[in-house]
Design a protein around this ligand. Structure first.
Ligand code: SF4
Length: 347
């Protein structure tokens, strides 16, 4: 059925109200009425396809704002979206994020068809360690409890004892009976966890593999010092995938969900967000009264997602867009994630 001009105008108005305050757009776009009107046919088509196909769209906070506010049913960090995947009864889950996140959705919602807009949306962290490499590490430290960050492949999860996110890692690791922890695949987060637990009086030996996030690894203490000198009262908010030097120099370190809460409830005149720019875009929408100074970085993998690719994945997914997992491996990976849910603190 052809879309009427009135429906397109109404959709453009809806998009404009959502996107008006975003000025941290990676393509340098300004979200005015014309820009919203230009994407309105696509967002209407995607939202119609979702109903026809009994589909939900999960969008990570780092993807393009027009996906987050135009078509996503749920937006958030890995932990929140994995919960939504687990609860979902939809036939199709489109995961606008990166491949390891879509794998997690498939692990937790095996009966759904899980599709990714772009199969090339990898992750420097998840791709730094294979299941075979982890088996070799486990042979070196047979007495260690293996803790994997959720930013890991299904193979790595299947080889791990428990999964964690940046929001629950301290609680879960501190509560494990083992003193020796093999933490994979994020070396920097492992170091930050070790430092934070030490500060809390928890003595753990944390051995890490050597992966890093190519986005968060880039920030340095010098840019924090320069920003503080230029903007008195500035608060620096960092993700725990940053280096320990950056974490030590920041005012707050936490998961993307915790970072958002910190800013929304804070009263600083300026914020420097040491994370992916998508989160700044979300805050500009959801806390438009706050001021952000430039400093965020782009994740090239997250930015492979687009409305066109979301539409194509919904309409007729190509084989490479459909996530498939070997069932025994999926079950082992599910056990590792379910253990995380069981050990996570209750909000
Ligand atoms: S921001 Fe870092 S951890 Fe997240 S997907 Fe990109 S490379 Fe991976």
């Amino acid at each position: 059925m052809p879309v009427t001009a009135a429906a397109l105008e109404q959709e453009a108005d809806r998009l404009l109200r959502a996107l008006l305050h975003v000025d941290c757009d990676p393509r340098g776009r300004t979200w005015n009425y014309e820009a919203c009107r230009a994407i309105a046919p696509l967002t209407l088509e995607i939202n119609r396809l979702k109903q026809e196909k009994n589909a939900v769209i999960l969008a990570h906070s780092y993807v393009e704002p027009e996906i987050i506010y135009g078509v996503a049913d749920f937006r958030g960090d890995s932990y929140f979206l994995s919960l939504k995947a687990r609860e979902s009864r939809a036939k199709v889950i489109v995961f606008a994020g990166v491949v390891f996140m879509a794998e997690t959705a498939k692990i937790l919602s095996p009966d759904a068809q899980v599709v990714v807009p772009d199969r090339g949306s990898g992750c420097s962290l998840a791709d730094s360690l294979t299941g075979a490499q982890l088996r070799q590490l486990k042979a070196l430290y047979p007495d260690a409890t293996v803790v994997c960050y959720i930013n890991s492949t299904a193979d790595v999860k299947a080889e791990s004892d428990v999964c964690v996110t940046s929001g629950n890692v301290h609680h879960i690791v501190a509560g494990l009976p083992a003193k020796r922890i093999l933490f994979v695949p994020d070396r920097l987060m492992g170091q930050n966890v070790r430092d934070e637990l030490k500060r809390r009086g928890v003595d753990k030996e944390i051995i890490t593999s050597d992966g890093t996030c190519m986005v968060h690894d880039e920030f340095g203490p010098a840019e924090i010092a320069a920003a503080r000198a230029q903007f008195p009262g500035l608060q620096v908010v960092a993700h725990p995938e940053c280096t320990p030097e950056v974490a030590a120099a920041a005012d707050f370190v936490g998961s993307t969900g915790a970072m958002m809460k910190f800013v929304k409830t804070g009263g600083a005149p300026y914020y420097l967000m040491l994370t992916e720019c998508g989160l700044v875009g979300r805050l500009q929408v959801e806390a438009p009264e706050k001021n952000f100074i430039a400093g965020c970085r782009l994740c090239p993998y997250m930015k492979l997602n687009s409305l066109e690719k979301v539409r194509d994945a919904l309409l007729a997914p190509r084989p490479e867009q459909i996530v498939t997992l070997d069932e025994p491996l999926r079950q082992r990976a599910a056990h590792c994630i379910e253990r995380m849910f069981a050990l996570s603190p209750v909000d």
